[in-house]
Design a protein around this ligand. Structure first.
Ligand code: AP5
Length: 213
């Protein structure tokens, strides 16, 4: 089963993707994570990507489509979870074609609905484990031992460079302008499954499970 998690920055896409990976042995394809890896590589492309991401703008379609194309050549396990991709209509068209070329299809697009006020507090309180990528929040999801990751036991917590109010405003604008048209696109294809992303993490996970039956 291949699914897309669609929603604004901070909607909980990464958090829910990790739960789905554990439950269904699916493979998470996060273009945000892939771009952060490219950024850390120190190459010229990585430096360009770093500037665009820090501003909260979208990286060009050809770069992200290329990243996804590479991953689709690998093992699909229990299916792919597209987290943060597609983000434009051009990316959505490219994904249709890439999936068709490898004999796969899209089961559902889970639209995570969260209002803007909640997004600001989620983004400004977020921190992640630099070792395994587990996502935490200063108020709603703290590690059991302060500063130590529950998953891998390392103490490498970090904040993202784009997790500030100014960058978030740009990211939200990009979402409403370029990504939200995908809601209509997938509705018209009969794939859209809206869920209330405002509940607690486990409640949202349960709603997603129901939507995918
Ligand atoms: P990306 O990394 O994809 O960021 P994003 O879409 O802005 O989404 P986030 O990772 O910020 O949020 P999320 O929805 O995953 O929320 P999370 O689970 O972490 O992209 C970053 C940048 O890369 C983009 O701005 C762009 O420049 C570039 N990029 C990436 N993909 C691209 C593409 N396809 N095309 C072009 N450019 C691209 O949760 C957030 C916080 O809330 C956490 O602290 C979490 O613990 C907490 N939380 C989660 N769920 C709940 C809940 N139910 N209740 C309370 N707290 C919760």
């Amino acid at each position: 089963m291949n699914i897309i998690l669609l929603g604004p920055p901070g909607a909980g896409k990464g958090t829910q993707a990790r739960i789905l990976v554990e439950k269904h042995a699916m493979i998470q394809l996060s273009t945000g994570d892939m771009l952060r890896e490219a950024k850390d590589s120190g190459t010229e492309m990585g430096l360009r990507v770093a500037r665009v991401m820090a501003e909260g703008k979208l990286v060009t379609d050809d770069i992200v489509i290329g990243l996804i194309e590479e991953k689709l050549k690998g093992d699909s396990g229990g299916g792919f979870i597209f987290d943060g991709f597609p983000r434009t209509l051009a990316q959505a068209d490219a994904l249709d074609e890439l999936l068709e070329n490898c004999g796969q299809s899209l089961a559902a697009v889970v639209e995570m609905r969260v209002d803007d006020d909640a997004l600001v507090s989620r983004i400004t309180g977020r921190f992640t484990c630099g070792n395994c990528g587990e996502v935490y929040h200063a108020k709603t999801k703290q590690p059991k031992d302060d500063g130590i990751c529950d998953q891998c036991g390392q103490s490498e917590m970090k904040h993202r460079a784009d997790d500030n109010e100014e960058s978030l405003r740009t990211r939200l604008m990009e979402y409403y302008k370029l990504t939200s048209p995908l809601i209509g696109y997938y509705y018209a294809k009969g794939k859209l499954k809206p869920v209330n992303g405002l509940g607690e993490i486990d409640a949202v996970a349960a709603e997603i499970s129901e939507a995918l039956v």
